[in-house]
Ligand binder design. Structure first.
Ligand code: ZN
Length: 214
């Protein structure tokens, strides 16, 4: 539990971490704004921190792909609506544990000889991926598999359908072109924001990222 008491007349705070107390005096005001803002929202290489989903809430939506139950319910409705419009969505990636994200970020990407900053443009560090919440899903067009995980997905009937209809099912494109988090454009990566819990998870990404420049 963390308690934060803020003085009224000047910025000073008493942080209580369990039994440890740390007094932050007026010195904290001298931090450059960028550093103080980053420490407030705890971003790492542009990505916000995310907890792992409750394992009991994860359900299988496709062999090898699990998402949060609420995401699964919304996906079911959305894919049924898509099918009735002649669109066939495929599920490419859902929940990822912090450990799996660690392998992707530190092992797969290092084999490609990418620096951490280059990797962070296309993949989140472990503990910082929306996929760990169970609310993120990577979608594809099953009639155009060559566009899976590619920018060209934006030219498929599935993407055009999603752009028009996904908000009805509470799905939002997390990393549109030129997003303030500085993450590469990912037309395939959508997050579910149709419950109070999901909204809370993405509060920072929604409200804070636009106020900070990378
Ligand atoms: Zn993704």
């Amino acid at each position: 539990m963390l308690f934060l008491l803020i003085g009224a007349s000047s910025f000073s705070a008493l942080l209580i971490f369990g039994s440890r107390k740390v007094w932050l005096g007026d010195d904290s005001l001298e931090l450059p704004p960028s550093i103080s803002e980053i420490s407030q929202d705890r971003r790492l290489l542009g990505h916000f921190p995310y907890p792992e989903a409750d394992q009991n809430m994860l359900v299988v939506v496709h062999p090898g792909i699990r998402v949060h139950l609420d995401t699964a319910r919304a996906l079911k409705k959305m894919t049924a609506a898509a099918v009735s419009d002649g669109i066939s969505l495929s599920f490419l990636s859902g929940y990822r544990s912090h450990n799996l994200q660690k392998e992707i970020f530190f092992e797969v990407k290092s084999e490609r000889n990418q620096t951490a900053i280059q990797r962070a443009k296309v993949s989140a560090p472990p503990g910082y991926s929306e996929h760990s919440t169970g609310y993120a899903i990577d979608l594809g067009d099953s009639t155009r598999p060559e566009t899976h995980f590619r920018k060209e997905f934006e030219n498929t009937p599935a993407f055009k359908w999603l752009e028009k209809n996904a908000p009805r099912y509470h799905f939002t494109l997390s990393f549109p072109e030129g997003n303030p988090q500085g993450v590469s454009y990912e037309p395939w990566h959508w997050r579910y924001e149709g419950s109070a819990d999901a909204l809370r998870e993405f509060e920072n990404a929604r409200t804070r990222s636009s106020s900070i420049k990378n």
